[in-house]
Design a protein around this ligand. Structure first.
Ligand code: ZN
Length: 175
């Protein structure tokens, strides 16, 4: 496993629709494992392949990284079959370091995906898991969390992020 570099908005790979994975071969399994390592190392609870500059429909999610049971999900071609309800949550994103925005999402979702063993399966999610899966699937469609804001709030959030990123990069290059 290897940690990969996370790309930041507005990297073009974050704004295009990623193609489906055809089979779970060694390369995809390695991608999934690298994504898990990258996600944990970055203290994220979800990561989509476009965030490490790989345009493929693969996500990793673990909303209980400190739990003793294994709660890691490594999914290819995830899609939402149906959703219900509405929930507001202050989200962050590894491609927008320093920015959080409140986003409205569906509260409960039914999802179909392919696991690391190549098996298609279905699961239901609510709470933080539902929010996180929707956030990551959005990345596969070239949608980021600021795209859920109205035009004014989106502009304010992007301006805040631009300032934060510039300060962060200046600090990193000085260190
Ligand atoms: Zn994100």
């Amino acid at each position: 496993m290897a940690k990969r570099k996370i790309v930041y908005y507005p990297e073009p790979v974050l704004t295009v629709k990623a193609p489906e994975v055809e089979t779970i071969d060694g390369e995809i399994a390695e991608l999934m494992d690298d994504m898990a390592e990258t996600m944990y190392a970055s203290h994220g609870i979800g990561l989509a392949a476009p965030q490490i500059a790989v345009s493929k429909r693969v996500i990793t999610v673990d909303v209980n990284p400190d739990s003793e049971e294994i709660t890691l999900m490594q999914l290819a071609n995830p899609r939402i079959l149906e959703g219900h309800g509405r929930v507001l949550y202050e989200e962050g994103c590894l491609s927008f370091p320093g920015l959080t925005v409140e986003v409205a999402r569906q509260a409960e979702i039914h999802v179909e995906a392919v696991n690391r063993d190549g098996e298609t399966f279905r699961f239901e999610a609510d709470g933080l898991l539902a929010i996180c899966v929707q956030h990551e699937i959005d990345h596969l469609d070239g949608i980021t969390f600021v795209d859920h804001l109205n035009p004014l709030r989106r502009r304010v959030a992007l301006r805040r992020f631009k300032h934060h990123l510039a300060a962060m990069l200046a600090q990193n290059s000085a260190a």
